[in-house]
Design a protein around this ligand. Structure first.
Ligand SMILES: NC(=O)C1=CN([C@@H]2O[C@H](COP(=O)(O)OP(=O)(O)OC[C@H]3O[C@@H](n4cnc5c(N)ncnc54)[C@H](OP(=O)(O)O)[C@@H]3O)[C@@H](O)[C@H]2O)C=CC1
Ligand SMILES: N[C@@H](CC=O)C(=O)O
Ligand code: NA
Length: 339
């Protein structure tokens, strides 16, 4: 069994979730013929490196106790340094989403693919800005580029439409793609309060974006709509192509009035085959498949052969999102000629 050498770039909620999932699933992965060795982890302060394989439990402990995973001798070392200097096969890129410049994620993914490393990511910024360029680079260099975790967290949606439902024409997809907004709308109604009070709870749960205005202003949902449009429908869209309204103007009174007529308000993202992309709060009948609560996400996919398929699952969260990353890793290395 070949050892797959891995780096984790970003060690916040998701990076730590990945480390925990790898610890929990080591034996199962080996049974699938996959022996993963994490040789470097970085956060904003530096890196931990061991070319023979890091002790993940120790890395989690160091992060909890000192605020950084970095060892004293690798303080200041960046994700890019690690990608360029350390011998490895797979980059798990989980730095913050930045849709202004693509952030460190775009630099890291480009460098990884240019040096023929596989990339698995939950970072939406680079895919929202440069999906086609990154996919082409991966193809040109024979690398895997997998991103199930970028849309709907643990909820299978990209691989569902591209792989499991192969043969179907996908006509449209719509649903709830932001766990933070769904949690806030659910809790606002329960607590009779405004969105800003509940936002703090979502931040504490580790589900909000590093900049939570991305969540409540609908930008995060718009990123996911763009990724679905490009990765599933073969479009070439950016965030400028999405009509976006967030939840900042939704009040408790509006939720209460909707409930009186048997409806609830949900932030719905939609991709239509005619190219129309939208994000907006919409009225959904209580009990309808799209009226899921809390951090749940949901996607209703319209197809020509299968009709409507609806999936739901945790759209955010540390271990939940790590599960989508793990399933992408397994799909790359199980029965793969690379190993
Ligand atoms: N949280 C969730 O439920 C989900 C998140 N995502 C996406 O996953 C990604 C990670 O999210 P999450 O873990 O919640 O974010 P966090 O803010 O919790 O963690 C981000 C991590 O990246 C590190 N970091 C920041 N800048 C850099 C940099 N320039 N180079 C290297 N590391 C850097 C931070 O360092 P430090 O620790 O030192 O601050 C931190 O470790 C984001 O793109 C997000 O959109 C996707 C699905 C669900
Ligand atoms: N902040 C996002 C995290 C997952 O993409 C959300 O709340 O859905
Ligand atoms: Na997903």
């Amino acid at each position: 069994m070949k050892v797959v050498k891995v780096t984790i770039i970003g060690f916040g909620s998701i990076g730590q979730g990945v480390a925990k999932a790898l610890l929990m699933k080591k034996a199962e992965l080996k049974r699938e013929g996959i022996d993963l060795s994490v040789v470097a982890i970085t956060d904003s302060k530096g890196a931990a490196i061991d070319e023979k394989g890091l002790d993940l439990q120790k890395c989690l402990q160091n992060k909890a106790e000192t605020g950084t995973v970095a060892s004293k001798d690798h303080l200041g070392m960046t994700g890019l340094d690690v990608i360029q200097k350390i011998d490895h096969d797979l980059v798990i890129e989980v730095t913050p989403t930045d849709i202004q410049t693509g952030g460190a994620g775009l630099i890291n993914m480009t460098a990884a693919l240019e040096s023929k490393k596989d990339v698995v990511t939950s970072n939406k910024g680079p895919l929202t800005m440069k999906f086609r360029e990154l996919s082409n680079l991966a193809e040109k260099n024979g690398c895997a580029f997998k991103f199930e975790a970028t849309v709907g967290g643990a909820m299978p949606v990209i691989n569902l439409m591209n792989e499991v439902m192969a043969g179907n024409e996908i006509k449209s997809v719509k649903g709830i793609f932001n766990g933070t907004c769904n949690y806030i709308l659910t809790r606002m109604y329960e607590e009779k309060s405004g969105y800003s009070e509940i936002l703090t709870e979502a931040v504490d749960l580790g589900i909000a974006e590093t900049d939570p205005s991305y969540d409540v202003e609908g930008i995060d949902t718009a990123c996911k709509v763009v990724i679905l449009a490009n990765a599933v429908f073969g479009m070439n869209k950016t965030i400028k192509d999405v009509d976006i309204t967030g939840i900042t103007n939704v009040t408790y009174e509006a939720l209460e009035m909707s409930a009186k007529s048997g409806k609830t308000i949900k932030l719905i993202g939609e991709v239509r085959k005619d190219g129309k992309l939208s994000v907006a709060p919409r009225l959904v009948p209580i009990g309808h498949p799209l009226s899921v609560s809390g951090t749940l996400n949901v996607a209703a996919v319209q197809t020509d052969l299968a009709g409507e398929i609806t999936v739901t699952g945790k759209g955010a969260g540390s271990l939940e999102t790590a599960s989508a990353i793990l399933s992408d890793i397994i799909s790359v290395y199980k029965c793969d000629c690379k190993t």
